[in-house]
Ligand binder design. Structure first.
Ligand code: DC
Length: 226
C-alpha cells in the first residue's frame, strides 16, 4: 500500500511521515517504509555545489544528475553511496535546491526513481509512506490514500523559529515568514510537478494540533478506508 503526503515547506511532513510509517509498521505487523523525496532534490543541489556548477546553465546540473546514483533507504539519503542525510539540510543546500526541483529533466529522473523505489518495496511486501510536493498528484496519482498536510504560513514560521531557538540559534520571525511565503510561491508556480491538493486527498490543517494528533487523525482515516 502506498500512502502519499503532500504539502508546503514546514508543514511537518517528514516528521509525520516517519512517525506514521513507524506506527503503521507496529500496528499492522507489515513493514512500512518512509520516503523523503525532498532530500533527493536536496542531494542533487549538494552535488551541484560540490562540483561548482554554473547554476544558470540548467544542462550542467542535469548531466551531473544523469551520472549520479541517489538512494534513499531507512530514512537516509545517499549520494553515490555517501550518507548525505545531514549535509542536505544545510542552508546553502536549501537555497540551491530550487535549481534541481525546477528542472523538468531532473524531475523526470527523480519521479522515475521514486516509482522504482516504491515498486521494489511493494514487491517485497512492504508498504510505503512517501512525502513531497507532487507525490499524490504526479508520482502516485492512483495511491489509495493521499493526504495534503498544511498549516498557515505564520504557524509554519513560528515552528521554524522555535526549532532554531531550541538549538540555541537566533532567528527573525519576519524573515522566516518571508522565506516560507517565497518557497510556497515557487512550489505552487513550478511548471512541472507543482504543489497542488491531489484529487481525493484528505486535507489536514495542523495549526495548533500536535504531531501525535495529526498522526492519529491519519491512522483513523486509513482504518476507515480499509
Ligand atoms: O521538503 P523539502 O524542504 O526537503 O524539499 C526541498 C525542496 O524540494 C523544496 O523546495 C520543494 C522541492 N520538492 C519538490 O519539488 N518535489 C518533491 N517531491 C519534494 C520536494
Amino acid at each position: 500500500m502506498i500512502i502519499t503526503i503532500d504539502g508546503p515547506a514546514g508543514a511537518g511532513k517528514s516528521t509525520i511521515a516517519r512517525l506514521l510509517a513507524q506506527t503503521l509498521s507496529e500496528q499492522s505487523g507489515k513493514t512500512f517504509e518512509y520516503l523523503d523525496t525532498g532530500s533527493m532534490y536536496r542531494a542533487i543541489a549538494l552535488l551541484g555545489l560540490r562540483r561548482h556548477v554554473d547554476w544558470n546553465i540548467a544542462g550542467q546540473l542535469e548531466s551531473l544528475t544523469k551520472n549520479t546514483t541517489i538512494n534513499v533507504n531507512n530514512g537516509k539519503t545517499f549520494l553515490d553511496g555517501e550518507d548525505v542525510t545531514e549535509l542536505v539540510r544545510s542552508p546553502e543546500v536549501t537555497e540551491k535546491t530550487r535549481f534541481a526541483a525546477d528542472n523538468p529533466a531532473i524531475r523526470l529522473i527523480m519521479v522515475t526513481l521514486q516509482r522504482s523505489i516504491a515498486e521494489q518495496f511493494v514487491r517485497c511486501g512492504k508498504g510505503l509512506v512517501t512525502e513531497g510536493r507532487d507525490q499524490g498528484t504526479a508520482v502516485f496519482p492512483d495511491a489509495p490514500i493521499k493526504f495534503f498536510l498544511t498549516a498557515t504560513p505564520k504557524e509554519r514560521a513560528k515552528r521554524r523559529l522555535k526549532e532554531l531557538q531550541d538549538c540555541g540559534k537566533q532567528g527573525d520571525f519576519n524573515e522566516i515568514l518571508r522565506r516560507i511565503t517565497e518557497r510556497d510561491l515557487r512550489d505552487t508556480s513550478r511548471t512541472v510537478g507543482p504543489l497542488r491538493i491531489p484529487e481525493n486527498a484528505i486535507q489536514i490543517v495542523s495549526d495548533g494540533i500536535t504531531i501525535e494528533n495529526v498522526v492519529n487523525q491519519m491512522l483513523q482515516k486509513i482504518a476507515a478506508e480499509k
